[in-house]
Design a protein. Structure first.
Length: 291
């Protein structure tokens, strides 16, 4: 009899080394994009279901996709294989309940988590930057300066949003360093009300290449109610232009510091420098448990 694996988010951490919802979304989204029509609310629902219920159909689907994408490796005692039964998807390795997990390694690259707070709610975005002779400390500093640059992303967020930390990981090797750089800066726009259900503007970027491995996205927000058209579904044209300029300033600052924004691909273990971005018209949300 196969015993159930760890519950909820602990499953993804124990089996695949994915320790946050933001990391899970970044890893699982390409799997959904490759196998399903890209429909925002369907993607969000599937990600939410899989993350909190790995035993669900969505959880089993993403488990298989992560393994196929190389999120595990053979251990000395034998190859790791995914076993999915009616109880729980687990990794079985010659009757052991653990399997070695391959760490993401992309030469010269850093994964940086931009950690903020909106009231009592954590807001986190994870990006990639590249520098052949860089350090995690310098990567954190470069991202902090770019995010907080004049007329940059933070300047165009509500003052109800405050910075917490920049968490940079050197993923150039399995022994890469980690740096945390605290910040207490707040958004530059005055408002009394954030958008309903924490609606965001979806920023998409790519490396001028049709390959899925060169595409990335970031949920920018929560934005203000005033940033959304009366239909409640679209980001206003004027604010889209403002946000686009903010991310141009963000990318320019990173490049000037020698840490250009890149899309990190787990599938190919490569990085692609972002050459263009766009602000989507429709608002975007990431579904979260609220009770």
């Amino acid at each position: 009899m196969t015993l159930p694996g760890p519950l909820g988010p602990e499953y993804w951490a124990d089996i695949f080394g994915i320790t946050s919802k933001a990391e899970f979304d970044a890893a699982a989204t390409p799997i959904l994009d490759a196998g399903l029509p890209h429909i925002g609310f369907v993607d969000n629902l599937a990600l939410e279901t899989a993350y909190y219920s790995p035993s669900s159909v969505a959880g089993a689907y993403i488990t298989a996709g992560l393994v196929a994408a190389g999120f595990h490796e053979s251990s000395p005692s034998g190859p790791a294989t995914v076993v999915v039964n009616s109880l729980w998807p687990i990794v079985s390795n010659n009757n052991a309940q653990e399997a070695a997990v391959a760490a993401l390694v992309i030469p010269n690259c850093f994964q940086v988590s931009i950690q903020m707070s909106a009231g009592s709610h954590a807001v986190e975005n994870v990006i990639g930057v590249e520098n052949a002779s860089g350090t995690s400390a310098a990567a954190a500093a470069a991202v902090k300066a770019a995010w907080e640059v004049a007329s940059g992303p933070l300047a165009n967020m509500s003052n109800l949003i405050s910075m917490v930390n920049y968490h940079a990981v050197d993923i150039g090797s399995t022994g890469g360093t980690i740096t945390d750089l605290a910040s207490s800066a707040t958004g530059g726009l005055s408002t009394a009300t954030l958008s309903t259900r924490a609606a965001c503007a979806l920023i998409k970027w790519n490396g001028s290449n049709r390959s899925r491995s060169t595409r990335g996205r970031l949920y920018f927000g929560p934005i203000r109610e005033a940033d959304i058209d009366p239909d409640g579904a679209t980001v206003s044209s004027a604010i889209r232009t403002t946000f686009s300029t903010a991310f141009t300033n963000f990318r320019t600052s990173l490049s000037s510091a020698g840490y250009p924004l890149v899309v990190l691909s787990r599938k190919t273990s490569t990085a692609t420098v972002v050459t263009q971005h766009a602000v989507e018209t429709l608002v975007a949300t990431q579904r979260r448990r609220i009770r």
